[in-house]
Ligand binder design. Structure first.
Ligand code: COA
Length: 336
């Protein structure tokens, strides 16, 4: 049997909607202040999708950019994985809708539901198909229209979330490059801490579920905060250990963008200097599964990554879920 192939990110793309919702705008909607939001979260503004835009529309824009950069045609894709908690509809999957929009006729397509950890679950899954030789190109998209499930009368949540999409094309890279380690985890007992209770088979959509605002995100903020700080550290430590890399060897960390204070705790724990951490939540807020791929794409575009760098992607979210990936950066496709 042939050995496993090394897998990396060949290209990325991102898209965020035009409309900007600032903290000053939110001051007019709920009892909050720019000062509170900035000091408690670091967020200054976020992007909001247009009424006619759904997640597949955002995903399409990000996907087209990623494919264009790698010079891979949609028809060459073997699989599409979309990570989202805001699918266009319950079914068909947003991945199937995207497959049609892209014209990726031979690609298998499925959604992954792991909330803000969705992109990490997506790339971990995608990598297995490429590593074992079944597929060559798998497109992973993290996309959210969180504004459509956010209660803009609830100050505890509405200041946090925004909309966007980030895509990554995964494929085979030279041996020893690309992903060196993954770590995924879940604790379903914490599910109620961060959920959208209505509209599923437990509480089918009805006028009562709407009246009780159960079609919106519900969150126990401080519990999620504590969980996040803990798993950001443990997941990062797990991939460092699996890959045999020390914290001093981290060249770039791309953390989930939920709260500046959560990121600062991880930065302190791993002794990272400012230039080794990607932070864009001030401009986008928390875009759930889109946060990591958008931040990664912006870091690449800003020239912050070079061949051979050790990059840690790490995140956490509803489920509860968490995950990390350690990648020895290379976008050079292996030609075999
Ligand atoms: N403006 C002003 N006050 C607000 C507010 C807002 N937008 N949102 C909450 N508050 C108030 C609360 O009502 C509460 O008031 P009370 O004490 O009178 O009841 C108080 O602020 C809570 O303060 P504190 O406990 O210091 O908040 P915090 O430091 O825990 O920050 C979060 C709150 C939500 C920002 C923080 O807990 C957090 O980021 N949690 C993680 C959330 C997350 O990442 N979710 C997504 C996971 S992927």
């Amino acid at each position: 049997m042939r050995g496993l192939r090394s897998v990396g990110i060949l290209s990325t793309g991102s898209y965020t909607p035009e409309r900007v919702l600032t903290n000053a705008d939110l001051e007019k909607m709920v009892d909050t202040s720019d000062e509170w939001v900035v000091t408690r979260t670091g967020i200054r503004e976020r992007r909001i999708s247009a009424p006619e835009q759904a997640s597949s529309d955002l995903a399409l824009e990000a996907a087209k950019i990623a494919l264009e950069k790698a010079q891979v045609r949609p028809g060459e894709l073997d699989m599409i994985i979309v990570a989202t908690v805001t699918p266009d509809m319950m079914f068909p999957s947003t991945a199937c809708i995207l497959q049609d929009k892209l014209g990726a006729a031979k690609a298998a397509a499925m959604d992954v539901s792991a909330a803000c950890t969705g992109f990490l679950y997506g790339i971990t899954t995608a990598s297995q198909f490429i590593a074992n030789g079944l597929y060559r190109y798998v497109l992973v998209v993290g996309v959210e229209c969180l504004s459509k499930i956010t209660d803009y009368t609830d100050r505890n949540t509405c200041v946090l979330f925004g909309d966007g999409a980030g895509a990554a094309l995964l494929g085979p890279v030279e041996q020893g490059m690309g992903f060196l380690a993954f770590d995924l985890g879940a604790d379903g007992s914490g599910g109620p801490l961060l959920s959208l209770p209505g509209g599923g088979s437990r509480l089918p959509a009805s006028s009562e579920t709407v009246e009780q605002r159960q079609h919106y995100i519900s969150m126990a903020g401080s519990e999620v905060f504590k969980f996040a700080v803990k798993v950001m550290n443990s997941a990062t430590e797990a991939v460092l250990e699996k890959a045999g890399i020390s914290k001093e060897e981290i060249d770039l960390m791309v953390p989930h963008q939920a709260n500046r204070r959560i990121i600062d705790a991880a930065v302190k724990r791993f002794g990272l200097s400012e230039e080794k951490v990607v932070i864009n939540l001030d401009r986008y807020g928390n875009m759930s599964s889109a946060s990591i791929p958008v931040a990664l794409d912006e870091a690449i575009e800003a020239g912050r990554l070079k061949e051979g760098d050790n990059v840690v992607l790490v995140g956490f979210g509803g489920g509860l879920t968490w995950g990390a990936a350690l990648c020895k950066w290379s976008t050079r496709e292996a030609k075999e």
